[in-house]
Design a protein around this ligand. Structure first.
Ligand code: PEP
Ligand code: MG
Length: 579
């Protein structure tokens, strides 16, 4: 009867199997305790915490050999959370003061922690609320079942039909045991593409669709289900023609993936022999191993903000030097472009120190403006970067430059620090390239004037689009207006590439647009020959490069640039992508 549901495909792969519902947790209610039972309740809670910790310890020993190292890191993070006072003594305190049952005290504390994470603007940090939720759920289950009695994992399929797990949410720890339990894929009501669960599902190649509303209500135990983890589709009780169509699609996807894997060691070259540099964006230190695995030609964007977020203190020069040196060493001689701190707007630092609240953070003291305003924040980073430059080919990239004056101020600071390092007898590369991101329309419009003063440009389309079209990229209400194909955006990209070429400096693109295979041919046609993309899309972009003819694309793209009609631009792009 084909019941179609949709969600967010977070880990690709098409699977058909039978629904296995993860049992739903009982509703938690408040029970008041007589004073003499309060201490016993606190002990019951602490014992459940201990068992949760032991359970995770066992799961850690079950991590399949050869799994990415971050997997153990996720489990360890959950164990640390269990041992943290916010989940131990704080909950015991609630039990004692409210004289309530442990389940209720944990629920109150969980709600408070989740609300704190949800109020964060940064999508990465916001998605960490899922970790709190998953850790709390684990303890709730143990409390409900009686700590120590629960065996991790459910029964697996008794025939050879794969099982598809359907749940409200699944923790990263539980994902690890999934393949041992005959489970081939999962569907959840909660979750997003940035959660640890999603990252882990991709690492372990478990197809999954998350954010499927009412999945538990709509999907029955044992019914046949097909999921497409790339396109985010779920079909329950499919009829024969639907099953056939999915199987055909699965065969095509498998062939395509095999082909992509073969591209790992191939150079990125167009059909007419033009070499394109394909580098990786690094968000978190663990992404470096992914970049190495797919033979990225270098790191085109290392976002350093994550060293600063989610902590009370600031990373000092030594800590930063260690982090930067590690990336440089891991990349074994390939170029590494490290971007200086881009805090502010959707990645706020604790502004209580200055007591200033920006009325419009995206237009306020963000990125290079914040750094120039706070040398105590910026200097240690520049010192660490310069010192790291002695260990391999490093490029320093400045975010959100809008005027030459800002660039001159940074360069003066770099010269000052170089003198200090000379005095301290510390090594650095005196010719370390310094480039800028082109992500403010003013910089794109003045690219011709800025080019002689820098060693490279990198186009940050995420912000360039936000500022050109006056659309807050973090505001869901205006997301629909966010358009990389807007004629104004295309003109600015074209101007930047041309200005770089005329000045003889490399021009790269590191915004999300570069990693979207739908735009690869357009960008090639505009003359872009350096792409920096998330490791997960690099091979797909390489595939498109290797099936394109750059000289032919150039002619088509000039026509696109001359068009003012969005419909015509979309049509021409679709033609370009078909050819
Ligand atoms: C961009 O703006 O395109 C970019 C790469 O920087 P971020 O997304 O970190 O602002
Ligand atoms: Mg940016």
């Amino acid at each position: 009867m084909n019941l179609h549901l949709s969600g967010i495909g977070i880990s690709r792969g098409i699977v058909s199997g039978r629904v296995m519902r993860l049992s739903d947790w009982p509703e938690v209610t408040e029970r008041r305790m007589p004073p003499r039972q309060v201490e016993a309740e606190a002990t019951r809670y602490l014992s459940a915490l201990k068992h949760a910790d032991e359970e995770l310890g066992t799961i850690r020993t079950e991590i399949p050999p050869g799994s990415p190292p971050e997997i153990a890191g996720f489990i360890e993070a959950h164990q640390l959370m269990l041992r943290d006072s916010t989940l131990s003594s704080a909950v015991v305190e609630i039990i004692r003061t409210r004289r309530c049952n442990a389940e209720w005290a944990l629920k109150l504390q969980r709600d408070e922690l989740v609300a704190a994470f949800e109020s964060m603007e940064n999508p990465y940090l916001r998605s960490r609320r899922d970790d709190v939720d998953q850790v709390a759920s684990r303890v709730q289950r143990l409390l409900a079942e009686g700590a120590g009695k629960r065996k991790p994992g459910n029964a697996c399929g008794d025939d050879n039909t794969p099982l598809i797990l359907v749940a409200e949410d699944i923790s990263p720890a539980d994902i690890i045991s999934i393949p041992h339990r005959g489970v081939a894929a999962f569907v959840t009501e909660m979750g997003g593409p940035l959660s640890h669960t999603a990252i882990l599902a991709r690492s372990l190649r478990i197809p999954a669709v998350v954010g499927v509303h009412h999945a538990r209500r709509l999907l029955r135990e044992g019914e046949t289900l097909i999921i497409d983890g790339k396109r985010g589709t779920v079909v329950a009780s499919p009829d024969e023609p639907t099953l056939k169509a999915f199987r055909r699609q699965a065969r095509e996807d498998r062939r395509h993936q095999q082909h992509l894997r073969q591209l790992k060691s191939a150079p990125a070259r167009t059909r007419d022999g033009k070499h394109i540099s394909l580098q990786a964006n690094i968000e978190l230190p663990d992404d470096i191993s992914a970049a190495r695995r797919i033979n990225a030609e270098g790191v085109g964007l290392y976002r350093t903000e994550f060293l600063y977020l989610n902590r009370e203190d600031l990373p000092d020069e030594q800590e930063q030097l260690r982090a930067y040196r590690k990336v440089i060493r891991t990349m074994k001689g390939a170029p590494v472009t490290i971007r200086t701190l881009d805090l502010g707007a959707d990645k706020p630092l604790d502004r209580e120190r200055s007591g200033h609240v920006s009325p419009n953070p995206a237009l306020g003291l963000r990125a290079i403006r914040l750094c120039l305003n706070e040398p105590a924040l910026f200097r240690p980073q520049l010192r660490a970067l310069l010192r790291a430059s002695a260990h391999g080919p490093l490029r320093i990239m400045l975010p959100m430059i809008a005027s030459l004056n800002e660039l001159h101020r940074v360069k003066a600071l770099i010269r000052e620090i170089q003198t200090e390092l000379d005095e301290d007898g510390l090594r650095y590369d005196p010719d370390v390239p310094v480039g800028i991101m082109i992500e403010v329309p003013a910089a794109a419009l003045a690219a011709r004037l800025l080019a002689p003063h820098v060693d490279f440009f990198s186009i940050g389309t995420n912000d360039l689009i936000q500022y050109t079209l006056a659309i807050d990229r973090a505001d869901e209400e205006v997301n629909y207006l966010y358009d990389p194909l807007h004629p104004a955006v295309l003109q600015l990209i074209d101007m930047t590439i041309s200005a770089g070429k005329r000045a003889g400096i490399p021009v790269s693109m590191c915004g999300e647009m570069a990693g979207d295979p739908g735009y690869t041919r357009l960008l090639l046609g505009l003359g872009l020959n350096e792409f920096s993309v998330p490791p997960t899309t690099l091979l797909e972009v390489k595939h498109l490069i290797s099936t394109s003819d750059s000289s032919e694309l150039g002619r088509h793209c000039q026509r696109i640039l001359r068009s003012s009609s969005p419909e015509r631009i979309n049509r021409m792009l679709a033609e370009l992508n078909r050819g």
